[in-house]
Every structure is written in structure tokens, then in C-alpha cells.
Ligand binder design. Structure first.
Ligand code: PEP
Ligand code: MN
Length: 345
């Protein structure tokens, strides 16, 4: 349930509404909009009498929303959420789309990571991605460098100024990750790890949730709802493809329509990962462009200094030269840099 206040409602009237709800054992979350305030009610609404609430002074409208994802819904929060990072980078709304690039996993060759990070910086990217804790299908595959990998990411950040995105797999690692990461990524396999999502609701760092390989968009929205309902409003969606029946040409089916759908139903930002979404290097550019045209707030894709010898996902990783060419075309598309105009940096 959403309670929309009149544009000229007083603070006392707003507080009275909040008290009315909370006195009945339910929680509230207030969204202070530019024009009016909206109170979202969290908990079992069956004990509330809508008409009594509608009659309270300063209340314009009581709306029942059917969707269970009320906090991430646009109904509760009509304006886009824009996530602001300490270095001034902004993600969401009408901000220019961001680029997150880096290897699948952080490997023991720090110089290799740095080459990728420097190329990313040169091409105007804002984020360096790389897994230090890796969710691998086989227990015999490389599992990640763990804290050493996080230290490498932090060193690369020191040298380039890029923000760090890295995966969290377990609640036990959250405080360690918070020491190093700027964005904590929830991998596709953990999209419905509810204990992890709840714990990430109790931190302040932004959380990026990747869509589960078999998750519906509603389940995707509800995963974000878990984080926001537990106190962390800074959530980013990441579409990375879902399982299809044809794996001959692509690893997953990248659901580009999820972008405008999420943007219609939620105020939170969404980015797209065409690397995992297709599993093929040659599809990153066309699918990345398609995502940007569809309204994606950014792209994440894998870049490795030596893809043929990568410990993980080499086949879908771009090498540095390929990355630079593709980054150029993305930058042109989003109007960040006009390469034909020498004065435009
Ligand atoms: C990744 O981004 O490194 C990753 C493991 O992706 P996903 O969780 O989408 O499979
Ligand atoms: Mn990968």
C-alpha cells in the first residue's frame, strides 16, 4: 500500500500518517519527492482500514499496489534512483551510461590486470570488474584469489581511479569485501540467496544483482526488494541472459527487453552484461549497442590482457585491442567522446 500525501501537506500531517501506521505494528518508508511525499507501508496491510487512512488530514490518495516489489517499484518512488559514488561518478536516470570492464577473475598476474585497468581508464570507463571469489560450476576449477585478488583490485584502483566491482558469494565475506569494493556484485547463481540479500541490505555500499539464469523479471525485482527492504536503497540490476533451449550459438539468451521493462516498473538502474549474456566475443558489440539503445544505464563486459590463457571465460573475453575498438563505438553511440573532433576530450 502506498499513501500519497497532498502537495501542501504539512510535516505534522505526514508524521500523523506515519504514526497511525506504526502504531498498528507496520513499518513505513517515506519517499520525499520534489512535488509530494509518498509513504510506503510494509507489513501485513490486512489489519489496516484504507478508508480511515484516506480520511486523515493531508492524505491525497491511498493506492493498493498488487506487485509485491513495492519499494523498488516506480509507484512508491516515481523518480529514478541515481547512485552517486564518492569520486563523482553517477549511475542511473538520465546520466550517461557507465562502462564496467575487466577480467572474469582476478589472476595472479597483477601487471596483466593493470594493463586492462589502464586501457579501461584511457577509454573513459568508470569501473574495473573482476572476481576474487568465483562461483564455478566445477569445484576443480579456479576458485579465485580471494583477499589477494581484492588487494590487486584496490591497487589497480589506486593507480587508475577506477571504481571496483567484485562478487560476494557468502555473508561471511561481506565485511572483507566492503573494505575493498565500491560495488558488491551478487552473481546470477546467488540471485535468490535470501540470507545474502538480507545481509547486503544492512550495508551502505551499492549492490549489483545479476539476473538468475532461470529467473523471471518479477523474481529479479523481488531480489532487489530484499536488499532495499532491509535498508540499502542503492541497488543496480544487471541483465546477463537466461537459459534458453539453443546453446549452439550463444551461452545464454540475453533479454534486452528486460531493460525497458525494469525501467518502466522500477526506479532503480539497470545495466547489461553482453559477455555472459552471449558467451561470444563477437556478440559483445552488437548486443551492447542494442542494450544501450534499449535504455541500459551501463554495460559490463569481460576484458583480459591474454584471453587465450585466461583462467576463466577466455572465449567470451575481449583482448585489449578489441576492447578499445568496441569502447570507441560505445563512446560514440552515447556521445561521450567524438573521435572525429580533436578538441573534444
Ligand atoms: C561474473 O560476472 O563474473 C559472473 C560470474 O557472472 P554471472 O554471475 O552472471 O554468471
Ligand atoms: Mn565470467
Amino acid at each position: 500500500m502506498i499513501i500519497v500525501m497532498e502537495h501542501n501537506a504539512t510535516i505534522d500531517q505526514l508524521n500523523r500518517v506515519i504514526k497511525y501506521i506504526e502504531d498498528r505494528g507496520l513499518k513505513t518508508q517515506v519517499n520525499n519527492g520534489e512535488l509530494l511525499n509518498v509513504v510506503a507501508v510494509i507489513g501485513d496491510k490486512s489489519i489496516l482500514n484504507d478508508e480511515s487512512i484516506a480520511a486523515l488530514d493531508g492524505v491525497r490518495e491511498v493506492k493498493k499496489i498488487q506487485e509485491p516489489y513495492k519499494l523498488v517499484s516506480r509507484v512508491a518512488h516515481p523518480e529514478d534512483t541515481i547512485i552517486k559514488f564518492p569520486n563523482g561518478v553517477k549511475l542511473g536516470g538520465l546520466e550517461r551510461p557507465v562502462l564496467m570492464v575487466g577480467p572474469c577473475s582476478v589472476e595472479k598476474d597483477f601487471e596483466g590486470l593493470l594493463k586492462v585497468a589502464q586501457a579501461a581508464k584511457d577509454m573513459g570507463c568508470q569501473f574495473l570488474r573482476g572476481g576474487a571469489f568465483k562461483p564455478r560450476t566445477s569445484p576443480y576449477d579456479f576458485q579465485g584469489l580471494e583477499e589477494k585478488g581484492l588487494q590487486y583490485l584496490a591497487r589497480a584502483r589506486e593507480k587508475t581511479g577506477l571504481l571496483v566491482v567484485t562478487e560476494v558469494m557468502d555473508t561471511m565475506d561481506i565485511s572483507l569485501l566492503c573494505k575493498y569494493a565500491d560495488v558488491l556484485q551478487v552473481g546470477a547463481r546467488n540471485m535468490q540467496n535470501f540470507k545474502l540479500l538480507k545481509a547486503l541490505g544492512r550495508i551502505k555500499k551499492p549492490v549489483m544483482i545479476k539476473r538468475g539464469p532461470a529467473a523471471t523479471i518479477k523474481e529479479f525485482l523481488l531480489a532487489a526488494e530484499y536488499v532495499v527492504a532491509n535498508g540499502n536503497p542503492n541497488v543496480i540490476f544487471c541483465e546477463r541472459g537466461v537459459k534458453g533451449f539453443d546453446t549452439h550459438f550463444t551461452r545464454n539468451v540475453l533479454d534486452i527487453a528486460a531493460v525497458p521493462i525494469i525501467r518502466k516498473f522500477s526506479h532503480l538502474p539497470i545495466i547489461v552484461d553482453p559477455s555472459h549474456g552471449t558467451g561470444k566475443r563477437y556478440l559483445i558489440e552488437p548486443m551492447g549497442k542494442a542494450a544501450l539503445v534499449a535504455g541500459s544505464h551501463g554495460l559490463m563486459f569481460e576484458v583480459h590482457h591474454d584471453p587465450d590463457n585466461a583462467m576463466c571465460d577466455g572465449a567470451q573475453s575481449l583482448n585489449i585491442e578489441q576492447f578499445k575498438e568496441i569502447a570507441k563505438s560505445f563512446n560514440k553511440l552515447i556521445g561521450r567522446i567524438d573521435y572525429d573532433n580533436k578538441n573534444n576530450k
